[in-house]
Structures are given as C-alpha cells and as structure tokens.
Write a new protein. Structure first.
Length: 119
C-alpha cells in the first residue's frame, strides 16, 4: 500500500518473501537473520550483522544491511541476482523482482547510522 511508510512496506515485503524461512523457527533460523514482521529492528533484522552461512552469497560484502548504503548490503546483493545458489528468495522466482528490489534499496537508504562502531 503506497500510503504506508517505507518501513512498513519494506517489512511487509520481507515478511511475505523471506520471513517464512528467516525467522526463529524457519529453515534459515541458523542464519540469525529474522525477516518476519514480528522481528525487532536490531541485529537480527540484519543491521550491521555479519553473515553466518551465506558462502558465495555474500558478494564479498561484510554485513546483511549497511544503514544508508544499499549497494554495500548483502540483502540487496542477494535480492538483485538471479544466480542459482545466491538469489533470494531461492525458490518461487526466475527473475529479479525489480519493484521489490527498489523498495528494499530505498528502505536501506533511509536507515541512519554506521556499522563502523559495530564491526
């Protein structure tokens, strides 16, 4: 819903597309990246969180989400590719969801702060 703010829209997108695996009881629970709607906006949401088990899916980036820097964030890298074994979500799509990617990039760009003090 375009009337909702960027945070609400991005969190809804992540919940629908990622939250079924990325939650405390989902298939990706060992990643400690919780993208379901109820997850708090902290390290488990990916802010300045180093990857746990992304392998080549990191794109050589350091953090899942770098506040204000979508192009340095693993989340954007994984949503923006269609490479098997790297793309997220890993099933249910064959191409990059451009509208969703734009939403996620704008959401990350709106975050304030830095990962420097947290690394």
């Amino acid at each position: 819903d375009a009337k909702e703010g960027i945070n609400a829209r991005a969190r809804a997108y992540l919940d629908i597309n990622c939250g079924h695996c990325h939650n405390t009881k989902g298939a990706a629970n060992t990643t400690a990246l919780h993208l379901n709607m109820g997850a708090p906006a902290d390290l488990h949401l990916g802010l300045c969180k180093p990857p746990v088990a992304a392998g080549r899916g990191t794109g050589d980036f350091k953090f899942d989400i770098v506040p204000g820097k979508p192009d340095e964030s693993i989340l954007v890298y994984r949503v923006s590719t269609d490479e098997t074994g790297v793309m997220m979500p890993e099933s249910g799509r064959k191409s990059v969801q451009r509208e969703g990617l734009g939403l996620i990039k704008n959401w990350i760009a709106a975050w304030q702060g830095s990962c420097e003090q947290k690394s």
